[in-house]
Design a protein around this ligand. Structure first.
Ligand code: PAF
Length: 190
């Protein structure tokens, strides 16, 4: 498994990968659990290479306390990723991801303001912005999202269609604990 801590190194490396080899991408905020693992395993099955990003995206947190408390365990995440056969991991920094601050962003003016968007102001704007950046950086053929965050999946799928992005956006079934609770990194805070 190769680790990229610097986006420029990844971008140089990506440009050398044979264009006919399929790349699957799973963006994450780390603290990996069985839900992530099922997305990643699907990607490793369907693609020649799998790329996973770990980046706790500050712009999607409407509540600063929530961002501060968000669990992080990179060492353990890397162990998991190595054990399930991931080829490439990118660990961007906030400075690299938001070089111009948050001046440029992706906004959706209808569906993102409903349901979860009603109580989390700016959340989907942050998600769409970071996902657009990550997709441009990784340039995958396929990318995988959990059905657990279904509104997020639909918005990302529709953003990619709207911007004519040639990427297959794949949704995967929610993975649950025995008692029915969906696996989520935030469960560590319960
Ligand atoms: O679902 C998540 O973990 C995040 O919203 C995502 C897609 C990695 C963007 O930061």
């Amino acid at each position: 498994m190769r680790l990229f801590k610097n986006l420029k190194d990844w971008v140089d490396f990506r440009s050398q990968i044979n264009g006919s080899l399929y790349i699957g991408f799973v963006p994450t905020m780390g603290s990996l659990h069985k839900g992530h693992i099922s997305l990643i395993k699907r990607s490793t099955k369907e693609n020649r290479y799998t790329v996973v990003s770990i980046f706790i995206n500050p712009t999607q947190f409407d509540n600063k306390n929530d961002l501060k408390k968000y669990p992080s365990n990179i060492k353990n995440d890397l162990k998991i990723l190595e054990s399930i056969g991931v080829e490439y991991v990118i660990l961007p920094t906030e400075k690299e991801m938001y070089k111009n601050g948050y001046n440029y962003r992706i906004s959706e003016h209808s569906y993102s303001l409903q349901m979860e968007g009603l109580s989390r102001e700016g959340h989907f704007e942050g998600v769409l912005t970071v996902v657009m950046k990550l997709l441009n950086i990784v340039q995958p053929h396929r990318t995988y999202f959990g059905e657990k965050d279904y509104q997020q999946f639909e918005l990302i799928e529709s953003m990619c269609k709207s911007f004519f992005m040639n990427i297959n956006i794949i949704s995967c079934k929610t993975i649950r604990e025995k008692d029915g609770l969906a696996f989520s990194s935030r469960n560590l805070l319960l």
